[in-house]
Design a protein around this ligand. Structure first.
Ligand code: WAQ
Ligand code: MG
Length: 256
């Protein structure tokens, strides 16, 4: 048996009562790891750079091993952009090459950049028209019940590429699950942590990190999942929220 451990922290009030989103985390772990992970999540919620959390919800739920799906990590690359304009141009180009129309890219980015504060989850946007397809408003759809299959190997793999930071680690796992979902074309993400300016565009083909995707100090972040025009939104939402997924790292190349 594995356990889905989820945390969400808000300021002023609970999320459902209009509180401001501070942070969240999703893990899928063995029972013996739950204590450490809950402790770690509490520490994160209480020391987040977005502000002081007043309301923290942590839930633990059993997940049958038979229900778990394994999906691969997409290949990772980084574009070191000189400035925000160059970074956003590269993001738009990557989305278009993943199959999102120019109009949908423009509309999707508009939705993202017009947010007054972060959402807790992601928006679903049609990859042809750019129209919003989910009905979750400012809450968004929260991807859950996922983790890395082999944490030790993952950390080594990240270390070798100079990528072992908590943002990349968590974002890669989320992006791998999202890319495996039915009807997903591509994703764009901006961190809501004021000091973390690197974002990414991901699809099943790859995960492109983009430095300088937002201004330093901005607490406004978010995610847009671009979906195919004919995608079944109910099935997609169920997969993103409920399907347990363990992400596998690429097989190791033989060392010389
Ligand atoms: N499901 C759906 N949306 C989410 C989830 C989730 N589990 N977690 C976060 N979001 C949305 C939500 O709107 C947040 O405001 C937004 O994404 C940003 O979340 O490789 O730190 O956790 O160096 O702040 C990118 C890493 C880091 C790039 C992204 O996202 C790299 C990051 P954050
Ligand atoms: Mg954040």
């Amino acid at each position: 048996m594995l356990y889905s451990v989820r945390m969400r922290a808000a300021q002023g009030a609970a999320h459902e009562d209009g509180g401001r989103h501070i942070s969240g985390a999703e893990r899928l772990v063995k029972q013996s790891q739950i204590g450490t992970i809950v402790q770690d999540m509490l520490g994160r919620a209480f020391s987040h750079t977005r502000g002081q959390a007043d309301y923290i919800n942590i839930s633990v739920e059993a997940v049958l091993r038979e229900s778990i799906r394994r999906v691969p990590l997409p290949p990772v690359s980084t574009f070191a952009a000189r400035n925000i304009a160059a970074s956003r141009n590269a993001a738009c180009a990557a989305l278009v090459s993943a199959g999102v129309t120019a109009q949908a890219v423009e509309n999707g980015l508009k939705h993202l950049l017009e947010l007054q504060d972060s959402m807790r989850g992601a928006m679903l946007i049609c990859s042809e028209t750019g129209k919003r397809r989910d009905t979750t408003g400012m809450r968004g759809i929260r991807v859950s019940r996922m983790d890395i299959d082999n944490e030790g190997a993952f950390n080594c793999w990240l270390e070798q590429q100079g990528l072992n930071n908590v943002h990349t680690r968590e974002a890669l796992v989320l992006a791998a699950k999202v890319a495996s979902a039915p009807g997903i074309v591509a994703e764009i993400c901006l961190s809501d942590d004021p000091e973390y300016t690197t974002g990414y565009v991901a699809s099943a083909q790859g995960y492109l990190r983009l430095t300088n995707l937002k201004p330093y100090g901005s607490p406004r972040g978010g995610r847009v999942f671009f979906v195919s025009a004919d995608s079944d939104i109910t099935a997609l939402k169920a997969y993103l929220e409920k399907q347990p997924v363990l992400v596998t790292i690429p097989a190791r190349k033989e060392e010389d």
